[in-house]
Design a protein. Structure first.
Length: 124
């Protein structure tokens, strides 16, 4: 349970990083939202990786192995997020809030399990 709680805290901090970088780029540098989302996502990913590596899972493995795995899991989570949203909103015609509810109940659990049992497994 402690690991799951730490994973959640790391996710909140990564999300705040994403928001701060995104807003700074859009409001401060007048960058369009779509291009601004890329560096914001990357910054959040690095914060998430660092926190999960050091604090959540206390990993000791090589970054050259673990970081690519973590990136793959993060991108998979993004693809699941987009897929759920597309299926619920664009195909199903339902309110986006239903998609959001489905995303926030499935994607964090999926990425937690993949992180615990694949990304950082055996590296603690």
């Amino acid at each position: 349970m402690k690991t799951l709680l730490r994973f959640g805290v790391s996710g909140v901090l990564a999300t705040l990083t994403h928001v701060l970088v995104f807003v700074a780029l859009v409001e401060g540098l007048n960058l369009a939202p779509v291009p601004a989302s890329v560096p914001a996502f990357c910054a959040a990913l690095l914060v998430s990786y660092g926190l999960n590596y050091r604090w959540t899972f206390a990993a000791t493995g090589a970054h050259g192995v673990l970081l690519p795995r973590f990136v793959l899991v993060s991108v998979a989570g993004l693809l699941v997020n987009v897929s759920i949203t597309y299926a619920v909103v664009d195909i199903g015609g339902y309110w986006y809030g239903y998609a959001l509810a489905a995303v926030i109940t499935t994607v964090p659990l999926l990425t937690f399990l993949l992180s615990k049992y694949w990304v950082f497994e055996g590296n603690r």
